[in-house]
Design a protein around this ligand. Structure first.
Ligand code: FES
Length: 163
């Protein structure tokens, strides 16, 4: 199978959408989004084969893709869980109650930060540095979606709706 065929039709369509936002010679600019899309479709983590497929699809060196995937905390290179949840604990979010949210989520899921639920449904990533949505704190990122102005009720609704 061609490496690029490892990417689903849906993933290729979404990546194409990102590529179209940049000048033709700047395909590389779509790399961060492409990796997030592919990771989301692969139960929350990237494999070497998938990174290679993204490299081929975006006409990049494989090593450049590995560097990006291993540098940014939003990518996982080992199996974790189907959904990745990051709760911001930086200063603004902390002042707006992130600790209450973290404690609530840990209690609700029965796991600590850095762990996955036994059913493989949710991975609670290590506490994140600022996710650049400070005015909406406390906030969390679930897969690639941001949720702001969290309350414990809002968190329950979001987490209960994850597959
Ligand atoms: S401090 Fe939480 S998003 Fe910036």
């Amino acid at each position: 199978m061609s490496e690029a065929l490892l990417l689903s039709a849906h993933a290729r369509e979404e990546i194409d959408g990102w590529v179209a936002r940049y000048p033709k010679e700047q395909k590389r600019s779509a790399l961060l989004s492409a990796l997030q899309i592919v990771q989301h479709e692969n139960q929350g983590y990237l494999t070497t084969e998938l990174m290679d497929a993204v490299a081929l699809y975006l006409e990049q060196d494989k090593i450049a893709v590995y560097e990006v995937a291993s540098f940014y905390s939003m990518y996982e290179l080992e199996p974790v869980a189907r959904n990745s949840v990051s709760i911001c604990d930086n200063i603004s979010c902390m002042l707006m109650g992130s600790e209450t949210i973290i404690n609530h989520v840990e209690r609700k899921l029965g796991i600590k930060i850095g762990e996955s639920t036994e059913d493989g449904r949710i991975f609670l990533k290590k506490e994140e540095e600022c996710l650049a949505a400070c005015s909406g704190g406390p906030m969390m990122q679930v897969n690639h979606v941001y949720y702001t102005e969290l309350t414990t009720d809002k968190v329950d609704e979001i987490l209960d709706n994850l597959e």
